[in-house]
Every structure is written in C-alpha cells, then in structure tokens.
Design a protein around this ligand. Structure first.
Ligand code: N2P
Length: 376
C-alpha cells in the first residue's frame, strides 16, 4: 500500500521525536486515521522524549560525509565500499599528527563529521566542548569491541569516542645497514649514522622518547625533566635527517633512512616492501595509544558519521583495515579474520609502555621546546 506523503512525513517526524503524542493524534486524525489505528501507532512508538534528549533521533541518513583521518589508516576499499553500500559521498582528508588535527579543529573553518584523535587529544577536544555525545542506538556493533577498549580513562563511559585502531610508537631500522640488535633510544645520539636517522614530526613523540630515555614519564610536566629532554633532543637533532612521520616509509624502503622513530603499523607497511626492516619497542619504554572515532559538535552529517562508525565495527571491515594498516584492532569480533592479529602487549611489555595524557598548562612549555627544536 502506498501511503500519502503527509502521513509518511508525520510518521517520520514522530520517529524523530519531533511530535508530541497529542499533536500526533490530532494531525493523524486530520489525515483520516481512525482512533484505533492511531492508538496502536502511539503504543508501538512509545512516548518519545522531546528534542535534545540523549536518545534523540539523528534523522535521515545524509548523502555526504566528511572524514579527517591519519594518513595510510584505512584499507583501499574501506571508503568506496561504504559509499556504494550507503549511497553516501565521502570527502576524505588526512593529517599527520594530533597537533595538526587540533589546530585545524581550532580554526573552526574545516567542517568534518568524523575525526580520529589519539587518547589525550580526545580529552583535549572533550574539555573544549568540541565533541558531540555519540548516540549508541545507531552503533549496535559497539558490542564487538574488546573489553580492554571500553570506558577508557580519557573518555569514561565512551560518551564521545569509539576505539578505531591501537598501536605503539617505537622505532624502525634497517637490519641490513646497521649490524647488531638495537634496543635503545640512544641510537639517535650515535653520530656514526648521522643524516640517516629521523624522528617523528610530532611534539609528543619526539620529546617523549627523550623523557623515557632518562627514565621519566613521557607525560612529564616537570621543567627540569623537560630541560634534560630538550638537551638530549638537541644533541640527537644533529644526527637527524629530518623530523618526519608516516612519509618516512618510502625513505626507509629505499635505504636513504636507516633508523626512523615510527609507529608499529606504518613500520609493518614498510616491511611488506623491505623485509630487512625491524621494529623496536625501546628498553627505556615508549607510547602505546588508541586512536578513536569521534564526532565534532555541530557536524553537518551526524547520522552518516554514526553509520560509518558502526560500519567500521563490523568484523569484516575492522579486519580489512588492520590487515592493510598493520595496526591492532580493538574489534574482538574481527580478530578471526585478520591475517596476523596483533596480540595485545604482554604484561612485561606493558611495564615499558605508557599512554599519553593531556599535559594541561604544561602544553605551552612543551610547545616552546618543540618550536626551538623545529627552528633552524
Ligand atoms: C597512521 C598512524 C597513526 C597512528 N598512519 C598515530 N596514532
């Protein structure tokens, strides 16, 4: 049976919670619905909460979605498959660091519906009121997440975030160019490899390594500890070819770079092309992180963003992403479909791993040191 349009519009508005029970009955009656039918519909829908409530409907799927993600962080067909299945056109841009993402969000000029910040960056954005609470009713696949990735400290109750991928920030090296087994951040102080080494173009990673090198927390806000990290970082800088993140993969593969501070997954991507590349979790320790999917407050296409989150949480989609990126999947239902599921670090490894936290007021001091490292 084909319904007349006004009735369909009324039913949709009721489903969105945009119509009170009394209005629904009044408008339904005006459209010719008898009282028994109206009563049954009202009972079936239940009383809807007014607009603005936590379970408010997001309305219909929008035909567009704007995603801002790390580079090399999806499988080749992740986006195109979503576009085809949902009839949504995706605008997809990439960034190289949380600082780049935070700066872009701060300008308010770039309008994205879905972004993937790391632990501490979720906390920073949430504290700025920049994130929209997620509507779990649109994310039934949330139950596929492994318990370890639920209720993280940076977002208790997963109000704003759903885990996307996880990994670590150690370093990669060419075992065919450098003899022996490397296991320390100290390698970057070795002048023998001057010009063949790189550190991440990322304040937290580049300076965090030197804090760990001296046995300090990579979340340190202590000025004297930071002063020491600064001088180690300056000494290492003499040996560096550049501060560069994901893009160093090509130079590692070609052999121009022999040692590169890098994430585990991007290292795995380079290893696929050059088997002599090794990955190290330095003995002094390094960062472990989870990148999460979050929706900026005021996003223009929130329903499409939620659909995408739910899509990523399908076992097959999550497995395909991790198979392509080399990172760990927080999706426990996906593990069976992964080529080499990344085991969560052992208790022994965990002793050396640390999550990055929001630095609060000390962010300014970190930024000042970073600006000095990057200049000249
Ligand atoms: C993407 C790697 C991003 C991980 N290439 C950083 N948390």
């Amino acid at each position: 049976m084909t319904r007349p349009d006004p009735l369909e519009a009324l039913l949709r508005a009721a489903a969105r919670g945009a119509v009170s029970r009394r209005d629904f009955v009044r408008r339904g009656a005006a459209l010719g619905l008898g009282l028994p039918a109206l009563g049954a519909l009202v009972a079936a829908c239940g009383e809807r909460k007014p607009a603005g409530a936590a379970d408010e409907s997001l309305g219909e799927l929008e035909p567009e979605l704007a995603i801002y993600n790390w580079s090399d962080y999806v499988a080749e067909d992740t986006i195109t498959n979503f576009e085809k299945e949902f009839g949504v056109r995706v605008r997809y841009d990439t960034y190289e660091s949380n600082e780049e993402l935070l700066a872009r969000m701060g300008t308010g000029t770039a309008r994205y519906d879905l972004i993937m910040p790391t632990n501490y960056a979720v906390a920073v954005l949430a504290s700025q009121g920049a994130l929209a609470p997620l509507k779990r009713r649109y994310i039934p696949n949330f139950t596929n997440l492994a318990p370890t990735f639920l209720n993280p400290v940076f977002d208790p109750d997963n109000t704003y975030s759903v885990a996307y991928q996880w990994g670590t920030t150690g370093f990669a090296y060419r075992a065919d160019k450098i003899p022996g087994t490397l296991d320390s951040w100290g390698i970057f102080l070795d002048g023998a490899h001057r010009g063949r080494m790189t550190q991440m173009d990322d304040m937290r990673d580049a300076l965090g390594a030197w804090l760990r090198y001296r046995g300090k927390s990579l979340n340190s806000v202590d000025p004297s500890e930071l002063a020491l990290a600064r001088s180690d970082a300056l000494a290492a800088r003499r040996n560096l070819r550049a501060y560069i993140s994901a893009q160093v993969k090509g130079e590692l593969v070609s052999g121009e770079v022999w040692v590169a501070q890098l994430w585990n997954g991007d290292t795995a991507q380079a290893q696929a092309e050059q088997p002599a590349i090794r990955y190290v979790l330095p003995r002094e320790g390094c960062a472990i992180w989870t990148d999460s999917m979050v929706v900026p407050r005021g996003a223009a296409h929130p329903r499409a963003a939620h659909e995408f989150i739910n899509y990523v949480l399908r076992p097959g989609v999550g497995a395909a992403i991790s198979n392509a990126t080399g990172y760990g999947s927080p999706n426990q239902a996906a593990l069976a479909q992964m080529r080499r599921p990344l085991p969560f670090p052992t208790a022994e490894e965990f002793q050396r791993l640390e999550y990055e936290r929001d630095l609060g007021d000390a962010t300014a001091l970190w930024q000042q040191i970073w600006a000095e490292l990057k200049s000249s």
